[in-house]
Design a protein around this ligand. Structure first.
Ligand SMILES: Nc1ncnc2c1ncn2[C@@H]1O[C@H](COP(=O)(O)OP(=O)(O)OP(=O)(O)O)[C@@H](O)[C@H]1O
Length: 203
């Protein structure tokens, strides 16, 4: 995937400008930057959820699987049904790697609504495995995960990379996975803006 000269906005306000980077097969790239720097906005753009202001994203179409802050689960379906549903959406049927990768077999027949936050996050991440898509775009994937689950995620991610997949992620923690870092602070559209200034609008 190649991102060229990308500028993105959130809520109509330009957040990042003139950002370029490449993501190769087998590579992990971690976005760094303080709260409000624009990591989520950039990831949403690359996942196709919002259009860039300017610039190009090449090689992403139909190849990206996105795991956002919200897990996006179907609460009245079981763990197994959630995975089967998503597998079908992407034209797949085999959910065993997803169940095993995140130790979900003991929870397979539980309704998603009854899972703890960390269990829901494990299921949300397991969905990536049933998409068959090579580029994982991950927004704070380890939120709510305990140390064991972070290790599971690290192992799954290493397997994905070893199989030629790639990952672009915003995370503040060390996953124990070899990754390139990209600090997006240098690409802020308005370097003088107070990153917390717009918070009042959400109070
Ligand atoms: N729904 C929204 N409407 C308007 N502005 C928003 C909205 N969500 C976020 N913003 C603003 O857009 C800017 C970029 O936010 P973004 O969520 O992309 O940052 P981030 O780097 O992911 O932050 P964090 O590390 O806190 O998750 C911030 O100034 C934020 O206040």
């Amino acid at each position: 995937m190649q991102v060229s000269n990308l500028s993105v906005a959130r809520g109509g306000v330009p957040v990042l400008s003139s950002l370029s980077f490449a993501l190769a097969a087998g590579e992990a790239l971690v976005l760094r930057g303080p709260n409000g720097a624009g990591k989520t906005t950039l990831l949403r753009c690359i996942a196709g959820l919002q259009a860039p202001l300017t610039g190009r994203i090449e090689g992403a179409e139909d190849r990206v699987a996105y795991a956002a802050h919200a897990d996006g689960l179907k609460s009245m379906l079981t763990v197994r049904e959630n995975l089967s549903f998503w597998a079908q959406v992407f034209g797949n049927t085999d959910i065993s790697a997803a169940l095993d990768g995140y130790a979900l077999r003991p929870l397979a027949d539980r309704l998603a609504a009854t899972l703890s936050a960390g269990q829901k996050r494990r299921l949300g991440l397991a969905r990536l495995l049933v998409t068959g898509r090579p580029i994982w775009v991950l927004d704070e994937p380890t939120v709510s995960l305990d140390a064991d689950a972070v290790a599971l995620f690290g192992a799954v991610l290493r397997g994905h990379l070893a199989a030629g997949g790639s990952a672009l992620m915003a995370t503040h923690i060390d996953l124990g996975v070899e990754a390139r870092m990209l600090d997006i602070s240098a690409y802020r559209a308005d370097p003088d803006a107070d990153l917390g200034a717009s918070d009042a609008a959400f109070l």
